[in-house]
Ligand binder design. Structure first.
Ligand code: ATP
Ligand code: MG
Length: 403
C-alpha cells in the first residue's frame, strides 16, 4: 500500500531521511505517528528508525543530543524541528519482565519491527509513502484490532507493560483486543507487579482518558490486570460500576481520579493514601482531593457558598462537568453565576487585615487571630456580615469577648 498524500510533518522530515540515505543507510518513519496517520488522526512526534548506528547518525548531522544513546536514540535538530532517530535494534533475554538485558543494534528493519508490541505499531513508512507491513498491521488497523506481534505470551512475558499498553490502545483507538492476545494478558496479568508503578499509572490514565473508555476498562477487569494495580485488588464490583458510567470521554486526569475514588467509595480521609500508591504528585493529589470532596457535596445538594469559595471557579466547573456521569444536569452557567455572586472570592478581599485587627484589639498576636479571620471570612461568605471595615471590626470585638 502507498499513501498518496503524506502529512506535512512527514514531508518536512523526509529531508532528514534523504540525508541518512545519502550516507548509504536506510531510514523509515515508524511507531505511533504512522499508525495515527493511517487512522486519519493528527499525529504528534514523527519517529524515525534507521540502519545507521548512533555514532553514524551523530556524524551525519551537525546538531544532535544524546537522549537515549544506550537504547540507540539520538535527537537530531534539523532546521527548526527535532526528530528522535533510533537505530534498528533487537532486545534479548528479558530477565525481570520489564527491561531488556541487552539491546543489540542491527541493520535489518524486519528485526526492529519484530520487537515492537502490536501489529498496528509495527508498520514502517517510506518517505515516498509506501507502507511496509510485515505483520498484517494494516488489516488490524482496518478491523480495529489490537494484536501482539508474534506470540503474545512471549511478548508479555518479555515486557509486562505491553499488557497495559494494549488495554490503553483499545480505549484510545476504540479497538478490540484479539482473542489470543487477550488470553495471554489474562495468563500473565500478575507480572504487572514487576513493573514500576509510575509506568503503569501513565498507561492507566491514558486508558481512562481514551475515546472509548469501556473498551479498555472491561478487558482490564476481565483479564484481572487490576488485581496487580495499586489499591485495586479485589475491587471488581467497584470497577464494573465505573465501567458502567456513561461512556463519554473524560476530559482530564483530575476527573479520572476523582471519579475512581467515588466508585471505590474511598473516604476523603483515605484518598491521599490511595493516590500516593499510584505515585501521583502532591499537587495532583491536592486537586483531586478537593474535586472529590466537591463532587460528593454537589451530588447531595446545590452549591454552598463556602464550598464555592474554597474550591475556586476552575474546580467548581470541573465538579459540575462530572455531574453528567452521575445522571445529573450540568449547570455551568448557573455555577458561574453563583460563584460571581459570592461577596468575596478571595480572603485578600476582606476589608480588614490582621494588622487592622491588632490595632483595634488590645491583645498580643496569637492563634486567636487566625481563628478570628476564619470566622470573619465565613460570616462574609455566608452573607451574615457585610464586608465593610466598621462592621468587621465590631464583629471582631464581639468575637474576642466571647473567646
Ligand atoms: P503514543 O501515541 O501514545 O505515543 P506510540 O505507539 O507512539 O503511542 P510510544 O511509547 O511513543 O507509543 O512508542 C513508540 C513505538 O515504540 C510504538 O509504536 C511501538 O512500536 C514501540 N514500543 C513502545 N513501547 C514498547 C514496548 N513496551 N514494547 C515493544 N514496543 C514498544
Ligand atoms: Mg509516540
Amino acid at each position: 500500500m502507498r499513501l498518496e498524500h503524506l502529512p506535512e510533518e512527514f514531508i518536512k522530515a523526509s529531508a532528514v531521511i534523504d540525508e541518512i540515505e545519502r550516507h548509504g543507510f536506510e531510514a523509515y518513519f515508524v511507531g505511533g505517528s504512522v499508525r495515527d496517520t493511517l487512522l486519519g488522526k493528527k499525529s504528534h512526534d514523527v519517529d524515525i528508525a534507521t540502519s545507521a548506528y548512533p555514532e553514524e547518525i551523530k556524524q551525519i548531522f551537525k546538531r544532535t543530543v544524546d537522549v537515549g544513546i544506550d537504547h540507540g536514540t539520538v535527537l537530531v535538530l534539523y532546521e527548526e524541528d527535532q526528530y528522535e532517530i533510533t537505530t534498528f535494534r533487537t532486545e534479548s533475554t528479558y530477565q525481570d519482565y520489564r527491561r531488556p538485558d541487552t539491546v543489540t543494534f542491527v541493520r535489518s528493519l524486519e528485526e526492529d519491527l519484530k520487537r515492537r508490541d502490536f501489529t498496528i505499531n509495527a508498520l514502517a513508512l517510506e518517505k515516498n509513502g509506501t507502507i511496509i507491513d510485515l505483520f498484517d498491521g494494516l488489516a488490524d488497523l482496518k478491523n480495529g484490532v489490537i494484536r501482539a506481534v508474534g506470540d503474545p505470551k512471549e511478548r508479555f512475558h518479555e515486557d509486562a507493560l505491553r499488557m497495559m499498553r494494549g488495554l490503553r490502545f483499545a480505549s484510545q483507538l476504540d479497538f478490540d483486543i484479539e482473542k489470543e492476545t487477550m488470553g495471554a494478558i489474562y495468563q500473565f496479568h500478575s507480572l504487572l507487579s514487576k513493573i514500576s508503578v509510575e509506568r503503569i499509572t501513565i498507561e492507566f490514565v491514558k486508558l481512562l482518558l481514551g475515546e472509548n473508555r469501556q473498551k479498555g476498562l472491561l478487558p482490564f477487569i476481565e483479564t484481572e490486570c487490576y488485581q496487580s494495580c495499586p489499591g485495586l485488588k479485589e475491587k471488581t464490583m467497584a470497577l464494573l460500576r465505573f465501567s458502567e458510567l456513561p461512556n463519554k470521554m473524560i476530559e482530564e486526569e483530575r476527573m479520572v481520579w476523582a471519579m475512581l475514588l467515588r466508585e471505590l467509595a474511598i473516604p476523603i480521609t483515605e484518598s491521599r493514601d490511595f493516590l500516593k500508591l499510584w505515585k501521583l504528585s502532591n499537587h495532583l493529589i491536592h486537586d483531586v482531593t478537593e474535586l472529590s470532596y466537591g463532587l460528593g457535596q454537589r451530588l447531595e445538594a446545590d452549591w454552598q457558598p463556602k464550598d464555592l469559595f474554597r474550591m475556586g471557579l476552575e474546580k467548581v466547573l470541573i465538579v459540575e462537568k462530572m455531574l453528567f456521569f452521575y445522571g445529573q444536569e450540568v449547570k455551568l452557567e448557573e455555577a458561574e453565576k453563583l460563584f460571581s455572586g459570592l461577596p468575596i472570592t478571595d480572603r485578600k478581599q476582606l476589608k480588614v487585615t490582621g494588622n487592622d485587627l491588632l490595632a483595634e484589639i488590645d491583645q498580643k498576636p496569637g492563634k486567636w487571630l487566625g481563628r478570628l479571620i476564619d470566622q470573619l471570612e465565613e460570616a462574609v461568605i455566608n452573607g451574615v456580615l457585610v464586608n465593610e471595615k466598621q462592621a468587621l471590626i465590631a464583629y471582631a470585638k464581639e468575637f474576642v469577648k466571647k473567646e
